[in-house]
Design a protein around this ligand. Sequence first.
Ligand code: C5P
Length: 227
Amino acid sequence: RLRGVVALDGPSGTGKSTVSRKLASALGASYLDTGAMYRAVTLAVLRAQVGPSDEAEVVRVVCGVELTMGTDPERPSVLLDGEDVGQEIRGPEVTAAVSAVSAVAAVRELLVAHQRELIGRALAEPGGIVVEGRDIGTVVVPDAGLKVYLTASAEARAQRRTAQDISEGRAGDLDRTHADVQRRDALDSGRTVAPLRKADDALELDTTDLDVAGVLEQLHKHVESRG
Ligand code: C5P
């Protein structure tokens, strides 16, 4: 049954979100952005004026919120206690705090359980699901039918993130984004629980010199060869 899952992992700025959504659309699959879930609970933590490193308080806040994820790749959505927070979770405050919140083991347990439930629900429908994150192939769905690990040089990733910020109406600052990308990579790869890493059986795809169409072409080939 889990063969219907495509797991896409990798650091930020590899084009993961764009290609995951487009792949899901083309396959008639659902789409789950797990980063949006970590971002939404981080927003709740910040709104509660809890320091992201105060683990007990972080867990208390996260246990008390309701996350509703829309899994249509044409219009994915994130509701926090019924409020659409899709824009706010991309802002600099959440981006600065999300790695600390997502390093808390109890937060991950709660969100991984929720992710598995959403994946199970999607698999009851035809089409399967494309799931993107950091630990999908290693922890959330180790039996996924296809696992891809996207990489790209830090420069390329900072450039993409900056272009994305500008196109979505946020301030774009290449140096700041470059520093942020490297800081989050170090935190996400260095944490004890579910660190960012390629699953042994994941296919690695370096997107530094590929555009979106080029990455999608590779992904479609692998989806087809998976049978
Ligand atoms: O993918 P995105 O950049 O939105 O993810 C934001 C943050 O959420 C990551 O930097 C990471 O700290 C955390 N995350 C995670 N596990 C996932 C997805 C995201 O820890 N599966």
